[in-house]
Design a protein around this ligand. Structure first.
Ligand code: FCB
Length: 470
């Protein structure tokens, strides 16, 4: 190995196991734009963005990064970076504009071309089937509150795999169902904007059922690996007080276990703290067997830990800068058995999320401890940070963030956790949901007025680090 490519002053990253995949990640609605082209139907995000006041600055994904037209440039950027893999998502409304029925060939053609272009550059496609952009027609029928949506999802999975099953190496059914359920259906900060609080829980089950129904459909049509992606947050207790510990356990069940225990263990976590019975009526006989179909990989997204106290509880509990701070009011309104409290003493990202690289090690060793032999090999399917980037100003904060997290990941592997890949969120600045175009996560800067792409210092840093492996 030669280190000559890495700039003076940069530390060379540790050596990862042979075959470890380095990648970048994006999602359809966040980058594609072209929302009315080639027969694409409306998605819940089109409808949500059109409602005044939903998205910061009134931004929308109508154009986003115009990736639908500029994808060759984006693939070239990835090739220049030297990544092994690319995680992207398919927009369901491009494939089934009304959420059911035969495939719209023009929609499939777009992804077909993308997959071929990736293969030409020896970049493994990692395809997410559902990154939150449900066809609006299905939402009109209740969306994920309706059990039938799970069956529609399996049908859609089959259409995509019929076309791409021979060339896509990694299949991810769902992205972060916890966020989709909680922000989309419980508190309404994401599409479809429902504020059902705990009545949103059937959404969790129907998302999981859709995942489980899709797995055998994919198995029949591809020899690729099959995974689900969840977001995990190590849960810290505000104090050692028993009430805070109980609150932390309740939050952990919701955030970290609700979408993982059913998949890996075939059972629900204990949700008694939320008044959920052991056998809720929306779960039918046989569902958990469907949901726990064996997987090849577990997709893990990590951004930051959470610090939890009893509601109104341990004295220092106050709403603060963490992933959940903006929703603390909703949590209190719902009478949930926990309160989110600030994490002090760490740098924060532009989003205000604390930068805690060690949390990635904690979470990975924790997953192995919790699930043991039931845990498939892991792919880190998202990790990264937003920063107030300007072209020409080096994004040192992002480099420090990535360096710290990659080292924490390496320690977890050395400690015996089987992790096979790491995907940075994101390749390019993009439409960050309710935050519009304000939160820049890219290795590449995008000027949204001109669509000009400018690689940031972190892009060059990663390129040099990857080159140094060869
Ligand atoms: C994750 C989402 C992804 C992106 C990052 C910042 O929750 O999966 O689309 O918004 O956060």
């Amino acid at each position: 190995m030669t280190h000559t490519h890495v700039r003076r002053g940069e530390r060379v990253l540790p050596r990862f196991p042979e075959g470890f995949l380095w990648g970048t990640a994006t999602a359809a609605y966040q980058i594609e734009g072209a929302v009315k082209e080639d027969g694409r139907g409306a998605s819940i995000w089109d409808a949500f963005c059109a409602e005044p006041g939903r998205i910061r600055n009134g931004d929308t994904g109508d154009v986003a990064c115009d990736h639908y037209h500029r994808w060759p440039e984006d693939v070239a950027l990835m090739a220049g970076l030297g990544v092994d893999a690319y995680r992207f998502s398919v927009a369901w409304p491009r494939i089934q504009p009304e959420g059911r029925g035969p495939a719209n060939a023009a929609g499939l053609d777009f992804y077909d071309r993308l997959v071929d272009a990736l293969a030409e550059r020896q970049i493994t496609p990692a395809l997410t089937l559902y990154h939150w952009d449900l066809p609006q027609a299905l939402q009109d029928g209740g969306g994920w509150l309706n059990r039938d949506t799970a069956h529609r999802f399996a049908e859609y999975a089959g259409l995509v795999a019929d076309r791409l099953g021979d060339r896509v190496g990694i299949w991810i059914t769902l992205n972060e169902p916890f966020v989709h359920m909680s922000e989309g259906y419980a508190i309404g900060t994401h599409a479809p904007g429902e504020t059902l609080l705990l009545d949103a829980l059937p959404v969790a089950h129907h998302l999981l059922l859709g995942h489980g129904l899709a797995v055998p459909v994919l198995r029949e049509r591809t020899s690729g690996q099959i995974a689900i992606t969840n977001n995990y947050s190590p849960v810290w207790t505000a104090t050692g007080a028993p009430a805070d510990r109980r609150a932390a356990d309740a939050f952990d069940a919701l955030q970290n276990r609700l979408f993982t225990d059913p998949v890996l263990l075939g059972r629900l976590p204990d949700l008694a703290a939320f008044g959920v019975p052991a056998e809720p009526d929306y779960i039918r006989d046989g569902d958990l067997a469907v949901i726990s179909a064996p997987l090849d990989r577990l997709g893990v997204n990590y951004y930051s830990p959470t610090r939890i106290a009893a509601p109104g509880g341990s004295g220092d509990a106050a709403p603060g800068a963490s992933v959940l701070s903006e929703v603390e009011g909703h949590i209190q309104a719902a009478g949930l058995p926990f309160a989110d409290t600030p994490i002090e003493g760490y740098p924060v990202t532009a989003f205000g999320w604390p930068v805690v690289p060690g949390g990635l090690h904690e979470l990975l060793t924790g997953l192995r401890g919790t699930y043991g032999e039931a845990l498939p090999p892991i792919l880190i399917t998202e990790n990264g940070c937003s920063a107030r980037d300007e072209p020409g100003t080096p994004d040192r904060d992002r480099i420090a963030y990535l360096d710290g997290h990659i080292r924490a990941l390496h320690r977890a592997i050395e400690d015996g956790v089987d992790v096979r890949g790491y995907f940075i969120w994101s390749l390019i600045d993009n439409f960050e949901w309710a935050e519009g175009n304000d939160q820049r996560f890219g290795l590449v800067h995008v000027d949204f007025a001109t669509q000009k792409r400018t690689p940031k210092a972190s892009y060059h840093w990663l390129r040099d680090q990857l080159a140094a492996r060869r």
